[in-house]
Write a protein that binds this ligand. Sequence first.
Ligand code: R5P
Length: 310
Amino acid sequence: MKILSGTSNPKLSKEIAKQLKLKPINSNIKKFADGEIFIEINENIRGNSVFVIQSTSNPANDNIMELLLCIDALRRSSAKNITAVIPYFGYARQDRKVAPRTSISAKVVSNLITNAGANRVVTVDLHTGQIQGFFDIPVDNLFTTPLFARYIKKKFKTKNLVCVSPDVGGVQRTRGLATKIKADLAIIDKRRPESGKSEVMNIIGEVKGKNCIIVDDIIDSGGTIINAVDALKKAGAIDVYVFITHAVLSGDSAKKIQKSKIKKLIITDTIDNSFKIKNNNKIEVVSIAPLMAEAINRISNSTSVSDLFN
Ligand code: R5P
């Protein structure tokens, strides 16, 4: 088994490699002056199972292209099989035609990865589970629920907790966490009047006098979460904690969070935000590396990945 690190999140790749007691493959990944990407593998990988780690976060298009070229370089170097480990799978929100004559970008990206030569994909908290079917190769979709549940059980003293889904689409994920930590469930009825804007219409469930835990897959502009927190506070919630897998954190969202009524935002490191969240005392990172390393180990040994979540 070998690990190849892309350039989107070298910190996470390094941590995963460390957990697996491996040294990442010696490679050169550079850009020519015109922006084209060049990949070179500097060691023999013939017959090896290679896991290439690359989040397709911002700059999404460059990071996708780099992943495709890494897969191609590995294929042409006679790797036995290639697993694309994509901690954050970008374009996942474009998983259907939202209007006539629009593209289904998540499907296009899935086709590109498969056609480049990947034999398997490992990712974390896909925006919708159905995206697994966009690939004609096996996909292991890892969940952060056990990671977040462990954090809550370790750090939260209060029993007066309710897990809140910030929209109807996130109910299954939120129910999973609520069941694990034995908390109640509430749902926010969110509306998007236009892309990038969100409004809270109603709160379904009891939040008055309770500590709320919002759980979601992505925080991007921060609009969904900040509006949800405001609505929960207005409805009588005590403190609101937020758990997010993929911290896209575009624009000045990190600053908006710092100024918001959020008690604490807990994110994972599927996307490297070290620079953006430096000095932000409301945001804390829990690493996904041990979970990813364990999944890679199990895939490599042909043992069950789903057992990790039972
Ligand atoms: C939407 O379905 C996702 O799960 C997130 O709630 C959404 O992408 C968050 O976006 P923003 O932070 O821009 O409101």
